[in-house]
Design a protein around this ligand. Structure first.
Ligand code: CO
Length: 428
């Protein structure tokens, strides 16, 4: 499965490409694309998906009209990176540089001294319409050079990176002036003058690798969170029919707080679930009360050189199974109920689980589970796969774990969650 994972990652240089790749997989599996702007007529046994902003997608299958609830998996399509600003070229001191700004909370250092390229979406004027065209320049085009040790003797004692000074990539010498959008237009197969809008991001050129003495690790950019997207998608496609509706949700903008029209803090999930209920004549509130969500976003593995950063007991390792994330202040949604349900699902297919908690003196991160819960409130568990160097442009995970997730999610999507009242539940 790791070869397929790397294939997916290497073709998903931006959230737009990731979502488009998911779209292609769904289409190949006979899923019908619905548009939010039209009235839906859903059929029993129908398989559907909806895309918002070309960067978020929700897919579902109508197993039966009189369904129990929703079995939802959520993950995110975006990763921290650099975004190209408007009027991007800066010509100075014999160089043409690109003006970029950070997207999300990234580790900046590893972006230096390696070939980079650019990908994203263009809005192109064609026949009086605005069309989205995905673009991936897919060549060694840019590089952010480090300062030599001779010019910064303190470089090995901790460096402070300034996004406006240190992180601007070089496109070429002065002769590169005026070429950036030409190159982008050419690789998209459009006329430069027809490009009237763009969302372009940098990505590192290095391809994903499988490595280690026994090939036990996988490294690539964007493992957070495309590894979970990929695992969820595989489980979703392979699941068998249950009394509930399986829902695969992939949201953009988790890395910047989810507060966009297509993020987990939007009405996207609510809108889709409500329309399913309305279309099938089901009470929305009853359906949501009988629903369960797995919020899948990668977790920190214990670091080989910094074990002191992990909790004394709950120290996830790569290749040791799915990580359930807990936080007393509920930055993760997991509670006694949702942990019990999810552990039972994993145990049913022999998938190991482990626990993550932050050290009690560290704040830690958050994810989209509790944000989505503010719009659609349901029993939710926060999980992830253990990885190193989260938010580096080259992250590392375990070679066994994607398969564990796919297997657990296949079992999850094949079940229904029944709520009996007074704190009693069961899976069917
Ligand atoms: Co993430």
């Amino acid at each position: 499965m790791n070869k397929e994972l790397l294939e997916f990652l290497d073709h998903s240089h931006t959230c737009f490409h990731a979502v488009n790749n998911v779209r292609e997989v769904l289409k190949k599996n006979d899923y019908e694309e619905l548009r939010e702007g039209e009235t839906w007529s859903l059929k029993e046994d129908g398989k559907y998906f909806v895309v918002r902003n070309e960067s978020s997608v929700i897919s579902f299958r109508v197993n039966k009209k009189d369904f129990n609830g929703f079995m939802i998996a959520s993950s995110h399509s975006d990763s921290p990176c650099f975004k190209v600003k408007e009027n991007p070229e800066i010509v100075q001191n014999g160089y043409t540089k690109l003006n970029v700004e950070g997207y999300g909370g990234m580790l900046m250092g590893p972006w230096l001294d390696r070939p980079l390229s650019v990908a994203g979406r263009l809005i192109v004027r064609r026949n009086g319409k605005f069309e989205t065209v995905l673009v991936d320049v897919d060549r060694d085009l840019l590089l952010i050079p480090n300062l030599a040790i001779h010019m910064n003797r303190e470089a090995n004692n901790g460096v402070k990176w300034n996004g406006q000074i240190d992180m601007l990539p070089v496109l070429g010498d002065e002769s590169a002036k005026g070429t950036f959008m030409k190159i982008v237009a050419e690789s998209a197969g459009v006329k430069e003058e027809d490009i009237i809008g763009h969302d372009l991001f940098l990505y590192p050129r290095e391809k994903g690798v499988i490595w280690g003495s026994n090939n036990e690790f996988v490294s690539c950019g964007r493992l957070d969170d495309l590894q979970c997207c990929f695992g969820d998608l595989n489980g979703y496609l392979n699941a068998t029919k249950s009394d509930s509706i399986p829902v695969l949700a992939i949201f953009d903008n988790e890395e910047v707080g989810s507060r966009t029209k297509q993020g987990a803090d939007s009405t996207f999930l609510y809108d889709v679930l409500k329309r399913i209920c309305d279309g099938l004549g089901k009470d929305y509130y009853a359906a949501v009360a009988s629903s369960f969500m797995v919020s899948a976003d990668n977790a920190h593995a214990i670091h080989p050189n910094h074990p002191e950063k992990a909790d004394p007991i709950n120290r996830p390792a790569m290749n040791k199974g799915i990580v359930i994330k807990y936080n007393a202040n509920q930055s993760y949604t997991t509670d006694g109920v949702s942990a019990a349900i999810f552990k039972d699902i994993c145990a049913s297919v022999d998938v190991p689980v482990q626990c993550f908690t932050n050290r009690s003196d560290e704040r830690g991160g958050s994810t989209l589970g509790n944000i989505a819960n503010a719009h659609v409130s349901l029993n939710t568990v926060d999980i992830g796969l253990a990885q190193l160097a989260m938010h580096s442009p080259f992250e590392t995970c375990g070679a066994k774990d994607t398969e564990y997730l796919a297997k657990a999610m296949e079992a999850f999507f094949s079940k229904s969650f029944i709520e009996e009242g007074q704190g009693n539940y069961y899976l069917k």
